[in-house]
Design a protein around this ligand. Structure first.
Ligand code: NDP
Length: 306
């Protein structure tokens, strides 16, 4: 059976950055990219808030460059999705694509999280053309325009207030007559003059044309249907961290985010580290994921050299 010193699971900013640092630390990282090489960022277009790119950077190009950098420094990056793990003892056992088996001395979990979508065909059609699940990433493109945010939790409130600072008008589409968000966040939303909450509404369809999103068709609980005109349609109905595979061994919070020890990337299993969105319900940015990938590689290096 193949033996890897340091196995990294996940090909997003956290995984690639971990691979860059682990290569330079001489711990021969092997990285499996999973189902979505490049990670969540590849579902967006231009990244304007990653430092070092004064004119912004194409999200796919950014990820391709991170990957190239890791390969140039010696990382062994492979396509394939990890389908099973056994973390009951070291070396850890990892199965890729249901067949290839490896053993790893140290493991870095960087499997990310997936934004939840409503599941409408029209939403899928306009993804990247006005439909987004990240206001911090894409809000800038809707300056002085009208947008909608779906959801009533803390994320939706935070995204709505962020967008309210950029956009002319923000509709919050809330399916009940209450917000799930904390009282403080609710107050912020309610005191922001250019946010309008559309209570008891569900989205039937995202409307658009060849230029992208132009509006949304909503249905109230009483059955009445109406349209709103918006250029951006933001989903904020939660994320699903990709941690289920590790659940029998690795401690997570109620939502499934892996719990790490204080300021480190250490999980409850010695030799297993977590980086990026799979352990971060709060910031979820490419730059914060990259930073935590760096921490995980340094922690793995220290662990392996002990
Ligand atoms: P939440 O699960 O808290 O909220 C999701 C929201 O989306 C709810 O209002 C829910 O409605 C709504 N929703 C879910 N599915 C649908 C659907 N199919 N159609 C319409 N609406 C839907 O997720 P968040 O991402 O907001 O927050 C996750 C965690 O992170 C929470 O614990 C939150 O407190 C925390 N957080 C904290 C922040 C902070 O402290 N600054 C910032 C952001 C998040 P319903 O209420 O009806 O179920």
């Amino acid at each position: 059976m193949e033996k890897a010193k340091c196995l990294i699971i996940g090909g997003g900013p956290a995984g690639y950055t971990a691979a860059i640092y682990a290569s330079r630390a001489d711990i021969s990282p092997v990285l499996y990219e999973g189902m979505e090489p490049g990670g969540q960022l590849t579902t967006t277009t231009v990244v304007e808030n990653f430092p070092g790119y004064p004119n912004g950077v194409d999200a796919n190009a950014l990820m391709a460059d991170m990957r190239k950098q890791a390969v140039r420094l010696g990382a062994d990056i492979r396509s394939g999705a990890v389908s099973a793990v056994d973390l009951s003892k070291r070396p850890f056992k990892v199965t890729v694509d249901g067949s290839v088996e490896l053993e790893a001395e140290a493991l870095i979990i960087a499997t990310g999280a997936t934004a939840r979508y409503l599941g409408l065909p029209s939403e899928q059609k306009f993804r990247g053309l006005g439909v987004s699940a990240c206001a911090t990433c894409d809000g800038f493109f809707y300056r002085k325009k009208d947008v909608a945010v779906v959801g009533g939790g803390d994320t939706a409130c935070e995204e709505a207030t962020y967008l309210a600072g950029l956009c002319r008008k923000v509709y919050m589409i809330v399916r009940r007559d209450v917000l799930r968000a904390s009282v403080a966040m609710q107050e912020r939303v309610k005191s922001t003059p250019n946010i309008e909450i559309l209570w008891n509404c569900n989205t039937q369809e995202v409307l658009g044309d060849s230029s992208g999103v132009t509006g949304a068709r909503l249905q109230r609980k009483d059955g009445s249907v109406f349209d709103i005109a918006v250029d951006g349609f933001f989903l904020a109905i939660g994320h699903t961290p990709q941690s289920a595979l590790f659940a029998p061994w690795i401690k997570t919070d109620e939502a499934g985010y892996i719990i790490t020890d204080g300021r480190t990337s250490a999980t409850n299993v010695e030799g297993v580290f977590a980086a990026g969105d799979v352990q971060d319900p709060r910031y979820r940015q490419a730059i914060t994921a990259a930073a935590s990938g760096c921490r995980a590689a340094l922690d793995a290096e220290k662990f392996l050299k002990q």
